[in-house]
Design a protein around this ligand. Sequence first.
Ligand code: ZN
Length: 216
Amino acid sequence: MNKKINRRSFLESSALAFPIIFIPSVLKSKSPKRNKICGGERGITFYYRTHGFNSSEEAKIREALGTFASRFVHRWVLDYTYKKAGNAYCMKGGYWKDCNMHRQNYYSKSQMLRYQIKKLAIAVPFPEMDIYAYHKRDNTWGLSSSSHAIKVMNSNGIDIRGKFKMKLNRFYLGFNAGKAQWAKTIAHEALHNLGHCHGAQMEAFSDAVYHCLECD
Ligand SMILES: [Zn+2]
């Protein structure tokens, strides 16, 4: 049933429903700020954006990204991974072909991770990263948005396409986990973006990021 409403009460009720708020122009910008992170002498430098976190969560993510940036392409991490996981691998269907890797005869599928990390280590610019927020009281710390977000193409030079895209669980960002734990989560999701799925290789790599003995 429609209620009759006069002009004055309409204006009052709509003012209540949509209070006029003056938003500073900086908050109105469509895209979140692009931040730079630097992983030091043996690390990587790249840009990232966060979407939907509060300032203390952002500070935590920034700290973790500093650790990620100094460890993700570190030689010790790669050596540890292959020592621990051997020739194990798990790759999402289609990724190998999408990167044109079937047209080469040197790297096997188990060596794809080594190939990707070596290319990423010297990539200028390193791909950008988008990190989105979600909140769920389950056992997930992060989720990857796409298993094909980054393609490291079979090439003599460096041909890397796409951006890292992942989600981090705000439920756990509220807990007292350290930067190495979050760097491990980010590395895990980054590997998903690079076409890898769960298995011994991914587990060894994320563990190595967590407790790298020779990293900064
Ligand atoms: Zn996973």
